[in-house]
Design a protein around this ligand. Structure first.
Ligand SMILES: Nc1ncnc2c1ncn2[C@@H]1O[C@H](COP(=O)(O)OP(=O)(O)OP(=O)(O)O)[C@@H](O)[C@H]1O
Length: 628
């Protein structure tokens, strides 16, 4: 091979050292061991079998020695048969051990995958909403899949590799030494080169592997983002196919190049691994042959030495790979731990109390809010640009104060970007206030258990999400034990019962992104039905801005009336009928409450509300009228 062809790999050896030489700290190792603890019985059994198996390695070569020296050269046919049968027995026992060890190692490995996966899933689920607004779904899914499996694979191969190989090397080494120390020393002298090579290659490969994992996650992300309905639509509407092709090709090329570099380094290494032992074999026969000629070695011993040397190869190769395996495993474990270590910004206080059941008031008291910085809620490596910025966001809400007694409706109005959605996010602690207090039922929401708060507050957003599942399953998400009669009652109250009845599969119709295409109004009514099943004392609602035909408008309005009846509600209002019915209207501008009062009071007062009324609500009159 020409030097130019080897260029990239040698550059790799130099440039990636900095990445690869990042020491993997002991605490990671200790943590990995903690993960292994629940499986310690299986691991112990596995290790015992490994020791026995490793010990068996030298039996057959020693039997060969006896067959040649005592059986063939000693002219004893019975001994030859007996020793050959003993060899068969050893091989069979070793085979059974292999099967058992394979079974055990898969049980340990799969158990470990299960533990890691379920822990990461549970942890990620409990992250704040802010985490999900920053994180790339693809990158996260890749952590749950690839890294967890990488960690497991390397863990089990390391476990079996290190222990059985180390024992085999020691047992075979000692036996060879006992047979002929001269030949053994000569052979061993060639091996340090292998360890040196594995050190360098191990470090290089771990750096490259890490980069490749990131590259693969990046590819996955690009696809997840573009191959969902929203992304694909955008791509088509803007005619960006060529640019997208180029962007994807760039990312794929990065993965390709890394793959080539990894394959090249690995191949260099395996070639070295094959060459050195072949040289050692030549030494055994060369030097051993001369010793045999001088009667310092029997022919049987020479045969045994040559066989033992071959038995040394596998374990030695394995031991050199152990470093790579361990590095890969630890990198994977580190990446998984990184996610597990990310604290959720929304946590339940120790001693948090459940909110008593029944109707509840809602109160904002001097609330100020700034969206958390990226580095507070996310991991750089899970974002597209692998760098979270530490920039402080601007304060979005300033001194927001209002209250809604049980059963009252507060309407939020204001220009786009005024902070209406942000206010609604603070009710059920999707985010925590940075100043002031939000109270539900008179309690600071941060003093309540998360479960009771989530049970008490129901949300209906404009783009109400449905899982790709049946209507029944989507509704049961609010109340898992709901019987069909209850589900139908909710659907009817939300004015969507007739539509569901008309579907061929009724409650079993699959909805969601890839299911039956619901219109915006239908989706919102289904979400209202889900809310009715949940029956929370507080409702937070973002009215649809999309103009619905008057029939749907009436249906949605009736559904909303049902949803809001007797409940404390906070509504981002887009309809005249809503603001007219509201007990209080808050006019937000630039994150501040600039006006508050009833519709009549605010109209009389003039100012921003009167402007909004003219521009936003007045042209809505005929349709809103239909809903009142
Ligand atoms: N996750 C976020 N991180 C940082 N800033 C945000 C985030 N979400 C919203 N903002 C900012 O907060 C401000 C208020 O946004 P919000 O969505 O509450 O306004 P809105 O009144 O609901 O607007 P619209 O009527 O257009 O929905 C905006 O300036 C917006 O850029």
């Amino acid at each position: 091979m020409s030097m130019s062809g080897m260029g990239p790999a040698f550059r790799t050896l130099r440039t990636d050292r900095s990445v690869a030489q990042q020491r993997l700290d002991r605490s990671t190792v200790r943590r990995v061991l903690r993960f292994a603890r629940p499986h310690r019985r299986l691991i112990a059994l596995f290790l015992v079998l490994t020791v026995v198996d490793a010990g068996l390695v030298v039996v057959n070569p020693l039997l060969i020695q006896r067959i040649i020296d005592d059986g063939i050269l000693g002219g004893d046919p019975t001994l030859i048969t007996l020793l050959a049968l003993a060899m068969v027995a050893t091989t069979l026992v070793s085979g059974v051990l292999m099967v058992l060890m394979g079974l055990l190692s898969s049980r340990i490995g799969e158990g470990l995958i299960f533990d890691l996966r379920t822990q990461v899933f549970a942890h990620v689920q409990r992250q704040s909403l802010a985490f999900f607004t920053r994180t790339q779904t693809g990158a996260l899914v890749s952590r749950l899949n690839n890294d967890v499996i990488g960690a497991q694979r390397a863990f089990t191969s390391t476990l079996s590799g290190t222990v059985s190989n180390a024992i085999a090397v020691v047992v075979v080494g000692i036996t060879m030494f006992a047979l002929s120390w001269q030949v053994t020393l000569l052979c061993l002298a060639t091996f340090p080169f292998l360890f040196l090579a594995s050190r360098v290659v191990g470090a290089t490969l771990s750096g490259l592997t890490r980069q490749q994992m990131d590259g693969n996650a990046d590819l996955g992300n690009a696809m997840t983002e573009r191959f969902n309905v929203g992304g694909a639509t955008l791509l088509k509407l803007f005619g960006r196919r060529e640019d997208e092709d180029a962007l994807f090709a760039r990312k794929a090329a990065n993965v390709r190049d890394l793959g080539i570099r990894i394959a090249f380094v690995t191949r260099l290494f395996t070639t070295a691994m094959m060459t050195v032992p072949a040289l050692a074999t030549a030494l055994v026969y060369g030097v051993g042959g001369h010793l045999a000629l001088r009667d310092q070695l029997t022919i049987g011993t020479l045969g045994a030495l040559a066989t033992l040397l071959l038995r040394l190869l596998g374990p030695l190769q394995g031991l050199s790979n152990v470093r790579i395996d361990v590095m890969t495993a630890l990198v994977s474990f580190e990446r998984v731990f990184e996610v597990l270590d990310l604290p959720s910004t929304i946590q339940e206080r120790p001693g948090a109390r459940p909110l008593p059941a029944g109707s509840a008031s809602l109160e904002f008291d001097g609330v100020g809010f700034t969206y958390p910085r990226a580095d507070e809620v996310s991991l750089a490596s899970l974002e597209t640009v692998a760098r979270t910025d530490g920039r402080v966001n601007e304060q979005v809400l300033h001194d927001v104060t209002f209250s809604a007694a049980p059963g009252e409706m507060v309407a939020l109005v204001g220009p786009s970007g005024a902070g209406k959605t942000t206010v609604t996010h603070l009710v059920a602690r999707l985010y925590d206030v940075t100043e002031g207090v939000v109270r539900v039922g008179g309690h600071d929401v941060r003093d309540l258990t998360l479960q009771s708060l989530e049970d008490a507050v129901g949300y209906v957003t404009q783009d109400a999400h449905m899982f790709h599942d049946t209507v029944r399953a989507n509704l049961a998400y609010a109340k898992p034990d709901a019987e069909d009669t209850l589900v139908w009652a909710a659907l009817d109250a939300a004015r969507i019962g007739d539509l569901v009845r008309s579907l061929p599969d009724g409650l079993d119709t699959v909805v969601g992104d890839r299911g039956y295409r619901l219109s915006g109004g239908e989706r919102q009514r289904l979400a209202i039905a889900r809310l009715l099943l949940k029956a929370p004392p507080i409702v937070v609602l973002d009215e649809a801005t999309a103009h619905l035909d008057s029939e749907s408008e009436t249906a949605v309005q009736r559904a909303l009336d049902a949803a809001l009846a007797g409940r404390t509600s906070l509504v981002i209002a887009h309809r005249l009928s809503t603001v007219r019915h509201a007990d209080r209207i808050l006019v937000l501008d630039g994150g501040r409450v600039v006006q508050s009062g009833t519709h009549a009071e605010l109209l009389a007062e003039g100012g921003l509300y009167a402007d909004l009324y003219r521009t936003q609500f007045l042209d809505d009159t005929p349709k809103a009228g239909a809903g009142v």
